[in-house]
Design a protein around this ligand. Structure first.
Ligand SMILES: [Zn+2]
Length: 218
């Protein structure tokens, strides 16, 4: 993997509540993964085109509408299958309008059946990239984080942000589960790992450990 080419991560901020969509590919290879296309935007396809990429997989870190809104259109445009954590699959079929995103995005068209579901411990190989699936429930029951261990890269969805954590007051939220996901799963990883969250800027595990160590009052 060491000489397989540097990992590229391109962030697009999409949709009515500024959700991070990531396009991930390895330099020198055409295979790309799109994580959380919160809304369909020509900017996704522009980046694919600009770098000569083929979208091979669409992965949702969880099933909230601001992360899944572009699934259908992107799947239609690229033919790439949609993946989501097994316990969130029903949220794609019947989106829960927690943020009134559906109405603000023009309404219908969100619902689809995921092509594949993922569980903690699964490894998804896409071209020369290897995504380890970590079960990180709490924000939603089926929330997952995606780890590329050789690249020290982690996508955390709405589980962990720079200086913050995901909300647990939506349907299916579980505060205890969220803290376990952060402290027992994510914080057990290599501290050098760069963290790409579902909203806001990227960070590192070391930085978040330091921040949570200072702020934790439990
Ligand atoms: Zn969310």
């Amino acid at each position: 993997m060491a000489d397989a080419g540097v990992l590229n991560v391109e962030r697009l901020v999409l949709g009515p509540i500024s959700t991070n969509c990531y396009i991930v590919w390895r330099e020198g290879h055409e295979d790309a993964v799109v994580i959380d296309p919160g809304a369909f935007s020509p900017r996704i396809q522009n980046i694919l085109k600009q770098h000569g990429l083929e979208c091979r997989a669409i992965i949702n870190t969880h099933g909230h509408p601001d992360h899944i809104g572009g699934n259908g259109a992107l799947r239609d445009a690229t033919g790439a299958p949609v993946y989501v954590g097994a316990l969130d699959a029903d949220m794609l079929a019947e989106p829960d309008d927690v943020f009134h995103v559906l109405a603000r995005s023009g309404g219908q068209g969100f619902s689809l059946v995921a092509d594949h579901t993922l569980e903690g411990g699964n490894v998804l190989r896409v071209g020369e990239m290897e995504f380890e699936v970590l079960a990180t429930p709490g924000h939603t029951p089926g929330g997952i984080s995606l780890l590329l261990p050789d690249d020290l890269t982690l996508f955390t969805g709405d589980t962990l942000f720079a200086c913050g954590v995901g909300r647990t007051d939506f349907a299916g939220g579980d505060e205890e589960a969220l803290w376990r996901s952060i402290f027992e799963v994510i914080f057990s990883l290599d501290e050098r790992i760069r963290v790409y969250p579902g909203h806001g800027p990227d960070t590192t595990i070391a930085a978040e450990k330091a921040w949570h160590g200072r702020s934790r009052i439990r």
